[in-house]
Design a protein around this ligand. Structure first.
Ligand code: RTP
Length: 142
């Protein structure tokens, strides 16, 4: 998900491009204003943290771009493409390392496990917003 600061700063194309160029398959994509209840459910594991209210305010402060990406090892690879939570600790070349400076404005969220990826797709997308399609066969890439 491109967070509200990423949308406001015009980074949506840049971020989508990095996942596309890596070779992942885009299965769902939408601009979406996140309701407070959904933000709280999405980040329920962090509800005891002191920054939780600010996090909810941030994620609901403007539209986000929800993306569902598919591919071999996509969750772990996306974490690498995204970089560390604190952008100042994120490696140059990563999305956060290149495009952000504050943990509280770190431009993108990525699922941290395949199970959470499935859970989050079900939370953020309706069933008919996920498209089943495949790239042209390229067996030499496997
Ligand atoms: P995300 O879920 O957004 O991909 O981030 P993450 O796994 O890298 O980090 P996580 O620990 O799950 O935190 C979720 C989001 O909460 C905000 N945060 N603020 N100390 C703070 O003020 C603080 N710590 C975390 C960040 O927006 C982080 O991405």
């Amino acid at each position: 998900m491109v967070k509200p600061d990423g949308v406001q700063r015009g980074l949506v194309g840049e971020i989508i491009s990095r996942f596309e160029k890596k070779g992942f398959l885009l299965k769902g994509l939408k601009l979406f204003q996140c309701p407070e209840e959904l933000a709280k459910e999405h980040y329920r594991d962090l509800q005891s943290k002191s920054f939780f209210p600010k996090l909810i305010q941030y994620v609901t402060s403007g539209p986000v771009v929800c993306m569902a990406w598919e591919g071999v090892g996509v969750v772990a690879s996306a974490r690498k493409l995204i970089g560390a939570t604190n952008p100042l600790e994120a490696q140059p070349g990563t999305i956060r390392g290149d495009l952000a400076i504050q943990t509280g404005r770190n431009v993108i969220h990525g699922s941290d496990s395949p199970e959470n990826g499935q859970r989050e797709i079900a939370l953020w997308f309706k069933e008919d917003e996920i498209y089943q399609w495949t790239q042209a066969d390229a067996p030499w890439l496997m």
